[in-house]
Design a protein around this ligand. Structure first.
Ligand SMILES: Cc1cc2nc3c(=O)[nH]c(=O)nc-3n(C[C@H](O)[C@H](O)[C@H](O)COP(=O)(O)OP(=O)(O)OC[C@H]3O[C@@H](n4cnc5c(N)ncnc54)[C@H](O)[C@@H]3O)c2cc1C
Length: 493
């Protein structure tokens, strides 16, 4: 027990309620940083999580998936080794070895997190929590016993889980979610992925590279429809070149069989129904908030129509002293946003007015190559009537990409007409996330695009590719017409 907490026992109903300055229900990344920060500031803090030290990101989501994706990249290097002048006598993929590398990383993270809890003095309670009264949470521990904790403030951050759509036979087929897919110790013979969002697409490419036959079923007419058409098309071509069967504009009607043995999936495409046979099915078609069974009604915490915790722009829930952060608060579903939500609550609790409104949401899809975007893309600019100059060059204009034999893709930037302000940047190519981040920092610093063009960037780096981008002839001004690729030539190396 945290020796900084106090026990109150004013009434039988409140017997043995431990008092904290801050109780955090659900220990995701934002919550974890909140726990360490507030405890470091001298507050009595308790974080409750039913299973994961550090929440989804280091255990079952971002980091393990990127770990597995990197093993898949190594497999693709083996497959393409001749490109690099290396021959070998075949190779095998041992999925239990792939899994063990991931497990080792997760164990290391867990130890590091527990160590930090210890150092900061925040208490981590492993158990399932639910409100029993305003700002008061009862935790059921693994041995069935309970503890009651009350916070002067409570942060709810219970996250989301993979949504299982009410498709006949789907639940009975016991489909994989990302959690089980990250624990596979055998390569699926034929993996059918329901959902063409980022989780589905990242897994599809990784599993294909391990040797699975992979089919992706998407409801929309194109991949990542929030992206520009050239981006969707580039992604589609990538998946196709990897040998993934992509079925878009397709509905799943029924599922039979059992994932891990054999499954049959009835689909409808262009009004025609047919069946797909596979060995495994992975559901990656949206998320549902973890708000049931939290006793929120006993705490005066209201939900939105979609079941997320109702919050204002300061992330205050409808009950006094209760805040919500991360996915359960309906925030964009990224770890960096869960962390930013922490900053918002931290500032508000420390007397500074901080809101989520209008914040920047950088984004990366960790396919190989990656897709990364910050700010406006062409479709959004057009929809908002924002005129722009378009700079766009293929990754072939990037010298570093040539040294890596990874010249697929392009980068493009939107620059304000009449001024040199960067409105948005998209990269689909090797190192896209890192390249995008340097543009993001320039945007946040209010630098004109010419600053990136004229900075002496180390040669040969991927970020150096910003020089040919911003030295290329922009199309001016850009509003209604279709985007065109600038005819940029390589800047001398
Ligand atoms: C496969 C996959 C890959 C992803 N990759 C990326 C990526 O590359 N980059 C990125 O930015 N984002 C990624 N995300 C999204 C990212 O994981 C989340 O946005 C991020 O973890 C923030 O989640 P959170 O803090 O809202 O909640 P979570 O981290 O999900 O934490 C919620 C916690 O609450 C606990 N909990 C729930 N109910 C209770 C209860 N009653 N009592 C106690 N504890 C409870 C859960 O055990 C869980 O640990 C990925 C997601 C998935 C599924």
């Amino acid at each position: 027990m945290n020796n900084r907490s106090r026990i109150s026992a004013q009434s039988p109903q409140e017997a043995n309620v431990q008092e904290f300055d801050l109780v955090i229900l659900g220990g995701g990344t934002g919550s974890t940083i909140a726990a360490w920060t507030f405890a470091g500031e001298g507050k009595r803090v308790a974080t409750i999580d039913r299973k994961y030290i550090g929440g989804s990101c280091p255990n079952i989501a971002c980091l393990p998936s990127k770990n597995i994706i990197h093993s898949a990249k190594v497999a693709s290097y083996f497959r393409n080794s001749q490109e690099y002048g290396i021959t070998h006598n075949g190779f095998t993929i041992d999925m239990s070895g792939v899994r063990e590398r991931k497990r080792k990383m997760v164990r290391g993270m867990n130890e590091m997190y527990l160590d930090n809890y210890e150092k900061t003095g925040a208490e981590f309670i492993l158990g399932t929590g639910r409100f029993i009264a305003p700002r008061t949470v009862e935790v059921t521990l693994a041995d069935g016993t309970t503890r009651r904790v009350r916070g002067t403030n409570v942060i709810v951050s219970t996250g989301t889980r993979a949504r299982l759509e009410p498709i006949p036979g789907l639940a009975e087929a016991q489909p994989l979610t990302h959690i089980e897919a990250l624990e596979l110790d055998k390569i699926p013979k034929h993996l059918i992925v329901i959902g063409s969002g980022y989780v589905g697409v990242e897994f599809a490419q990784a599993m294909r590279r391990f040797g699975s036959r992979v089919t992706v079923i998407g409801r929309r007419q194109r991949l990542m429809p929030q992206e520009d058409e050239d981006v969707s098309e580039a992604l589609r071509a990538l998946l196709q070149d990897e040998g993934i069967d992509l079925l878009l504009d397709t509905r799943v009607k029924r599922v039979s069989g059992r994932s891990g043995e054999s499954v049959r999936i009835a689909i409808e495409q262009n009004g025609t129904e047919r069946a797909l046979d596979g060995s495994h099915v992975l559901v990656a078609a949206g998320r549902s908030p973890n708000t049931e069974a939290l006793g929120l009604d006993l705490a005066g915490v209201e939900l939105t129509d979609h079941g997320y915790i109702k919050v204002n722009e300061r992330l205050q829930a409808t009950a006094p002293g209760v805040w919500a952060i991360g996915e359960v608060a309906g925030s964009p579903q990224f770890t960096h946003i869960s962390v930013d939500d922490f900053r918002v609550v931290h500032d508000n609790l420390n007397g500074t007015h901080h809101v989520t409104t209008g914040r920047q949401v950088p984004y990366c899809l960790f396919t190989d190559p990656e897709l990364a975007r910050i700010g406006l893309n062409e479709s959004a600019a057009r929809a908002r009537g924002v005129p722009y100059r378009l700079f766009k060059v293929p990754m072939e204009s990037n010298f570093r990409a040539h040294t890596l034999s990874e010249t697929r893709g392009f980068v493009k930037a939107l620059v304000e007409v009449g001024r040199d302000r960067i409105l948005g940047f998209t990269a689909f190519g090797v190192g896209a996330a890192e390249i995008m981040t340097s543009v993001q920092i320039a945007m946040n610093a209010g630098l004109p695009y010419t600053a990136l063009r004229d900075t002496i960037l180390t040669h040969p780096t991927l970020i150096e590719g910003l020089m040919p981008l911003f030295s290329s002839a922009p199309s001016i001004p850009k509003m209604e017409s279709e985007s065109t690729t600038s005819d940029a030539s390589l800047v001398a190396g």
